[in-house]
Write a protein that binds this ligand. Structure first.
Ligand SMILES: Cc1cc2nc3c(=O)[nH]c(=O)nc-3n(C[C@H](O)[C@H](O)[C@H](O)COP(=O)(O)OP(=O)(O)OC[C@H]3O[C@@H](n4cnc5c(N)ncnc54)[C@H](O)[C@@H]3O)c2cc1C
Length: 503
């Protein structure tokens, strides 16, 4: 171990990287620690922006399962970011099984309002089938490969028994289509046909009614950042290549050799004993061939290729006056001509907005009223290529159609996320895709060198895509960062033990 403690570099300043850094810098081994962040801000996919006279979340929105077993909830509670309601026992004990809360208002594309009773009936059919996917957990074989195929096979059988008139049957299918699109947003995928059936039930839902952080989710990552030693965070420092399994010397550390050398885009070369990589799976998919030298072992490279990483975006629309009823929390949009049992040809230009599931009504800001639309998949990625004006125009038309009011005022302004175009993210979050298993998430987490030869724990991996049961969440990311910090601490502690004289 080097004098002055081991040199540790954390690549990525999202909640995983920050969580790892916080735990490491509190350890008596006193590591020399740097967090290298490609962009000019900390938080990564936790991104709160001051806008419309309030705060909106471009990334993570809810604490999923806010209860004692959730470290994000615990931290937010500890530092006073949650209100009385979120902290209440009642809220923490609520079991939602991960089902999305029902809309307050559901409208069709021709401006008719859909009875909430019918929406509820379709929701219970849909989520009943989603719950049944657990039957295949750890099954050696499944009748079909994907969640989407399973849902559609089961649905087709049920539809055959429907006795209503054709119009009602069509409407029921259109409502179900919206629930498929909701599930695409939840899983961050283009289609549920891409999501593997057998491991789907491994994703674990904690108890608690999902809650938001009124002052902004980023308060959490800002708090962790403030707890790190001064100068440990380096912004605008994209890492280009991690050279590992080497013996690197640097003029600044004469006589010392390091197994890892981190080469940054700006040419800086930083030697280290250990590197914790927390970059998103989307970034790894695009850059893994050049990001590691020597290349990753075949098994890890394959896991990166096979796991899914899709796009879910938000589109915020600001209005001077609300056109919705007071107390309305979610406006669901149902496209009358759609059905999960029919494949529609993809003409993104003309139909991208039909993937939008509807609009969450944000609590009113000082002088404005804001809706937040959610859209996943290729349509979401296409939306990123359009101008603000084009998005505003399309969504105004959607809102005029669903409200049946051709005079509905155009929104005052629009703000949206573009996670697929973000060069250091390349999408929103991961899922277990057809062809991959939960085991691949574990493989993602395995440190290098994998064969145990050479210096130990040279490259470690954290980030949401390395957590087997909480992938795609902030709590999964935070736990993964702490897990890798503990892995290093375990190594240092065992080295101290070994160097202690035996009595
Ligand atoms: C639209 C959206 C909605 C979401 N909603 C929720 C939600 O409601 N609840 C929830 O729990 N989760 C939600 N999530 C997921 C959650 O935000 C993520 O799982 C979590 O924040 C990921 O944290 P991370 O540290 O693993 O990765 P990130 O936050 O992505 O951090 C990785 C960091 O690495 C940096 N980086 C990348 N490449 C390099 C490089 N070459 N060199 C240096 N730095 C690099 C990036 O800039 C980034 O800052 C949502 C995500 C999105 C996009």
């Amino acid at each position: 171990m080097a004098s002055g403690g081991p040199r540790v570099l954390v690549v990525g300043g999202g909640i995983a990287g920050l969580g790892a850094a916080q735990r490491l810098c509190r350890h008596p081994a006193a590591p020399h620690l740097r967090v290298l962040e490609a962009t000019a801000r900390a938080g990564g996919r936790i991104r709160s922006e001051r806008c419309f006279g309030g705060v909106v979340e471009l990334g993570a929105h809810w604490i999923h399962g806010p209860s004692q077993g959730n470290p994000v909830f615990q931290l937010a509670a500890e530092i006073g970011l949650l209100g009385e309601k979120e902290l209440s026992e009642e809220n923490q004990l609520m079991e939602t099984a991960g089902h999305v809360v029902l809309p307050s208002m559901s409208c069709t594309s021709s401006g008719k309002s859909v009875s909430l009773e019918l929406v509820m009936e379709m929701a219970s059919l849909f989520y009943g089938l989603i719950d049944r996917t657990r039957e295949f957990l750890n099954a050696p074989e499944t009748p079909v490969a994907s969640v989407g195929e399973f849902l559609k096979t089961e649905l087709s059988q049920q539809v055959a028994d429907w006795t209503e008139d054709e119009g009602t049957k069509k409407l029921k299918l259109a409502i179900l289509n919206t629930f498929f699109n909701v599930e695409c947003c939840v899983s961050g995928t283009h289609s549920m046909d891409l999501v593997a059936l057998a491991p789907f039930g491994e994703y674990t839902v904690l108890p608690g009614l999902d809650c938001t952080l009124a002052g902004g989710y980023q308060g959490l990552t800002n708090h962790i950042l403030a707890s790190l030693p001064e100068d440990s965070m380096v912004f605008d420092k994209p890492v280009k290549t991690i050279h590992w399994n080497g013996s690197f010397q640097e003029a600044a550390f004469s006589g010392e050799t390091f197994p890892v050398l981190v080469e940054c885009e700006d040419g800086t070369r930083l030697p280290a004993h250990h590197v914790i990589v927390t970059v998103p799976l989307g970034f790894l998919k695009e850059h893994q061939e050049t990001f590691f030298e020597p290349p990753l072992p075949a098994k890890k490279a394959e896991a990166i290729r096979k796991l899914g990483f899709g796009t879910n975006n938000k589109i915020f629309l600001e209005f001077e006056e609300p056109f919705w009823e007071p107390g309305c929390q979610f406006i669901q949009v149902v496209w009358e001509d759609s059905s999960p049992l029919q494949d529609t040809a993809l003409s993104l230009q003309d139909t991208w907005f039909k993937k939008l599931i509807g609009f969450l009504v944000l609590p009113p800001f000082e002088s404005s009223h804001v809706l937040c639309g959610f859209i996943a998949g290729l349509e979401s990625e296409f939306m990123e290529t359009l101008s603000d004006e084009e998005v505003l125009l399309s969504l105004t038309q959607v809102l005029r159609r669903v409200t049946g009011n051709p005079q509905l005022p155009v929104a005052k302004s629009v703000l949206r996320s573009r996670w697929h175009s973000a060069p250091y993210t390349r999408g929103s979050y991961s899922y277990v895709a057809v062809g991959s298993t939960g085991e691949d998430l574990d493989v993602m987490a395995q440190p290098l060198p994998a064969d145990g030869t050479g210096a130990q724990l040279q490259v470690l991996f954290a980030g949401e895509a390395t957590h087997r049961t909480f992938y795609s969440t902030t709590h999964g990311a935070l736990l993964s960062g702490r897990r890798e910090a503990d892995r290093l601490i375990g190594l240092w502690d065992s080295q101290v033990q070994r160097s202690r004289p035996r009595l």
